[in-house]
Design a binder for this molecule. Structure first.
Ligand code: SIN
Ligand code: FE
Length: 293
């Protein structure tokens, strides 16, 4: 039996207003269940001058992507110092502002709570930037980053394929979070709070909660598990140029298989700001750990 799709397609074309209710029954409910909201015709228009910036040579060779911290204005990962740097900064900021206005309309319940925006411009073709298996996003994973512990925050991401040559971005999307975490939970080493304290004291990492510890383990174990990668429940989905998709990437297993040129906007959201906090990975894991003891 094939599982029902976890992609919710919404035919909506404008950033400047929210889909009507009959177009998207409840985007909040679908997102919080870990589904992907897919807007096949929500294009982020680039000018000819902006399209000329779609060149992997503009990325600092030491970095995977160009990124903007919209709060501080800090732009990182640009390899050039000329006027193209300012043009890239303006493009990335425009994407940040556009997604922010759109989310405020699409998910008004979240509006006052979204914070810590990070915008990323991904210019490399998937598979051409060499990396370790741990950073290999062609393997199914949920997002968890060693340098960015999140604690009680969710990771909400807005992706857009800006490829000017017609290349789709091909993803695999996996199962619901609770079945995923239930499978890996028995393999997890016990969490030792003293370890997090020690790492923090040594300034090796920012303070990492039991949740962050678990999510890093889950991320790594999924990526290292060849059987799960091949046989785990999953579906493929092609995101064409001119399309947008949104998900909680800490919850929705995903893998990016092919494609080039994408904008991606990250926001953090407190679990307490969700409509159904009990669906968060934080609360799911707490329940599963409690049930195991
Ligand atoms: C990821 O977030 O894992 C990669 C997304 C992408 O490059 O499409
Ligand atoms: Fe990811």
């Amino acid at each position: 039996m094939t599982a029902p799709t976890r992609i919710v397609s919404i035919d909506h074309r404008s950033w400047e207003n929210a889909p009507r209710v009959d177009e998207a029954a409840s985007p909040v409910a679908e997102l919080e269940e870990g589904k992907v909201l897919f807007f096949p015709h929500l294009r982020f228009e680039l000018s000819a001058a902006e399209t000329a910036l779609l060149d992997p040579a503009l990325v600092d060779p030491k970095r995977k992507n160009i990124s903007l911290n919209a709060t501080t204005g800090k732009l990182t990962g640009v390899a050039v110092e000329d006027e193209r740097r300012d043009a890239i900064g303006a493009l990335v900021r425009r994407y940040y502002e556009t997604t922010r206005r759109f989310l405020d309309r699409l998910l008004p319940h979240y509006a006052a709570h979204l914070h810590t925006p990070t915008t990323s411009l991904r210019l490399h073709r998937i598979g051409t930037w060499k990396m370790s298996w741990r950073k290999d996003d062609t393997r199914l994973h949920v997002d968890a980053f060693p340098s960015r512990p999140v604690g009680e925050q969710r990771i909400l991401r807005v992706f857009n394929n800006i490829n000017p040559h017609g290349d789709t971005r091909l993803w695999r999307v996996g199962e619901a979070f609770d079945t995923l975490s239930a499978r890996y939970l028995p393999q997890m080493p016990p969490y030792r709070p003293g370890m997090a304290w020690l790492l923090h004291k040594l300034h090796i990492t920012k303070s990492r909660s039991a949740y962050d510890h678990f999510m890093l383990q889950l991320h790594d174990r999924m990526k290292a598990d060849a059987d799960y990668q091949r046989n785990g429940q999953q579906e493929s989905i092609e995101f064409p140029p001119g399309s947008t998709w949104i998900c909680f990437s800490d919850q929705t297993p995903h893998a990016a298989m092919t494609g080039q040129f994408m904008l991606e906007q990250t926001y953090l959201l407190p679990v307490s700001a969700m409509t159904h906090p009990e669906l968060s990975p934080q609360r799911v894991l707490e329940r599963q750990v409690a049930a195991a003891h």
